[in-house]
Design a protein around this ligand. Structure first.
Ligand code: GAP
Length: 514
């Protein structure tokens, strides 16, 4: 069922100009996608929501735009050359490749799902008197599944901590995890695979240099820390934000735009005094969760997931996960990265990268809290949260309405203007409304087909407001405005449209909730 919805969502994205496979006429390129005419608008709105929430709402956060190509030593210093690996495993029968850690996480999620099902069933049975904690502590089936989770989890953390690849394979085999394609448990050994793409700069005759396509935008911020701090006269605590492309040679790339080889990140590094990092980690956790929840999707679609294994440079890390059609998945990572990156760059470049704290009267290497979110994953979150199939009944007949309930501030088109008929001066009047509003809002003109069909087309692309111009409009300058989610219609003055759209679609209303 969830699989079904996901397939429909992918189809919908293509049909309505949101997302196309890259190089589509050549049958696509694995895990690379293009954004269409509506997709690019949605993507830009997501980026604007993030960018403004960072640099407008925080006077101590500024932005930069660093190059994709960087000096190769950056990636040696950051640890990516030696350790940016995924543990891979192949199924010998299907020849399909998987990430060993993802197979194990999915296994844990399977048992969590079983527990959730037991709880839902019991809730229905016991009604108001249901005590979830007591049920979980006593029900034999829940206890048995929880025992399995604890056992797998314990072994998983140990294997990751000790970089024990044989240990990871043993978990997969002992729990009889099968390949979804072949259905067999015939696995190869687990091995490490570096995810960075490389290329060369300069001609071979001059001595070409191997460089990497950046696998994260964060390093562009670290190497500019001194530039920004000095030229911007920034005082700690302060942040640097950036939006840009990143590249990873992902092995398992079968989930549409969830895991891509070329994708976009929105990252912010917040530089703080050593010792204050946990306070800032908690603060950014809270702020970032509010940013997500302000979009208005149900609260239960979000959760934090603390990392079992901390990267060698981190002293705390959590993910914000969203309930996708294929389960809860990471959308954003929040990491306390200590002074690892700045110290490493100091060591490799030989220049002092420190901050003189006038209040303490001493120099130190700042600690860093990072918030890192993928634009494409956020895009998928929006589409997955917004896609609805509603059953309607009209004149005794059942009908399905496909509607994208996108937050109005993020929706690509804010308003469609439709003349009731293609004559009597109604098209001119509709165009005049658009000409007045187009400076502030993305509007679409539509005169083809019946009004009902036009409404459905706009529902399918997520347009929050449709305005119909009819003969009465010519007499009293009023129009019918129809609201996407409720389908309610009301008569309003053309002069009021700006105010209605401004209130209904402005990012300001979301910012107030953060
Ligand atoms: N600088 C830290 C960093 O890059 P990460 O957890 O590897 O951390 C951060 O990535 C975010 O980037 C993820 O939460 C996800 O939203 C996005 N992301 C990572 N790999 C991705 C991929 N292959 N395709 C799409 N988005 C990806």
């Amino acid at each position: 069922m969830a699989d079904d919805i996901f397939k429909k969502l992918i189809g919908h994205c293509k049909e309505y100009g949101y997302v196309f496979p890259s190089s589509d006429i050549y049958d696509g390129l694995g895990a690379v996608y293009d954004y269409g005419q509506l997709g690019v608008e949605l993507k830009n709105n997501i980026k604007r929501y993030w960018w403004e929430s960072m640099v407008l709402l925080h006077e101590n956060v500024v932005g930069i735009d660093s190059a994709i190509f960087m000096h190769p030593t950056v990636w040696k210093a950051s640890g990516h050359v030696d350790a940016f690996n995924d543990p891979l495993i192949d199924n010998k029968d299907s020849k399909k490749r998987y990430r060993a850690d993802v197979l194990i996480e999915d296994l844990i999620q399977k048992y969590e799902g079983k527990i959730a099902k037991e709880v839902t069933k019991a809730k229905k049975r016991f009604g108001d008197s249901f005590d979830e904690e007591q049920f979980k502590a006593t029900n034999p089936r829940v206890l048995s599944n929880q025992g399995k989770i604890d056992d797998i989890h314990g072994k998983f953390v140990k294997a990751l901590d000790e970089n024990d690849l044989a240990g990871l394979k043993a978990i997969i085999e002992d729990n009889k995890v099968v390949c979804p394609i072949s259905g067999t448990c015939n696995w190869t050994d687990v091995r490490q695979f570096n995810l960075m793409f490389s290329t060369e700069v300069g001609s071979t005759a001059d001595g070409a240099q191997k460089i990497y396509l950046r696998p994260e935008t964060a390093q562009g911020i670290f190497v500019n820390y001194l530039n920004v701090q000095k030229t911007g006269r920034m005082k700690i605590p302060f942040g640097i934000a950036q939006i840009g492309k990143a590249f990873r040679n992902e092995i398992v790339a079968r989930q549409f735009i969830f895991r891509m080889r070329e994708f976009e990140q929105m990252e912010m590094q917040f530089f703080v005094r050593p010792g204050s990092e946990m306070e800032w980690f908690d603060k950014w956790k809270e702020t970032r969760m509010k940013w997500h929840k302000a979009l208005g999707f149900p609260e239960e679609n979000y959760r934090f997931h603390d990392h079992d294994k901390l990267a060698h440079y981190a002293n705390a890390a959590t993910d914000i996960e969203f309930k996708m059609p294929f389960g809860f998945k990471e959308v954003e990572g929040i990491h306390s990265r200590t002074d690892f990156d700045l110290s490493q760059h100091e060591k490799y470049c030989g220049k002092k990268i420190q901050y003189f704290d006038p209040e303490l009267g001493k120099n130190y290497t700042p600690y860093v809290i990072e918030t890192s979110i993928g634009v494409d994953r956020m895009f998928l979150t929006m589409m997955a949260g917004a896609y609805c199939e509603e059953e309607l009944e009209k004149n005794g007949k059942k009908d399905i309405r496909v509607v994208l309930k996108l937050p109005a501030a993020i929706a690509p088109v804010k308003m469609a203007v439709m003349p009731l008929v293609k004559k009597d001066g109604l098209p001119d009047k509709a165009r005049a409304i658009i000409d007045e509003l187009k400076f502030d809002f993305n509007c679409q003109y539509d005169e083809k087909d019946s009004i009902g069909k036009r409404y459905r087309r706009q529902d399918a692309i997520g347009t929050p407001f449709c305005v119909t111009v009819d003969h009465q409009t010519l007499e009293d300058n009023t129009v019918t405005i129809r609201h996407r989610d409720t389908m309610a219609q009301e008569r309003v003055a053309i002069d009021d449209l700006y105010t209605i759209l401004n209130k209904g679609t402005s990012l300001r209303e979301l910012f107030k909730k953060i």
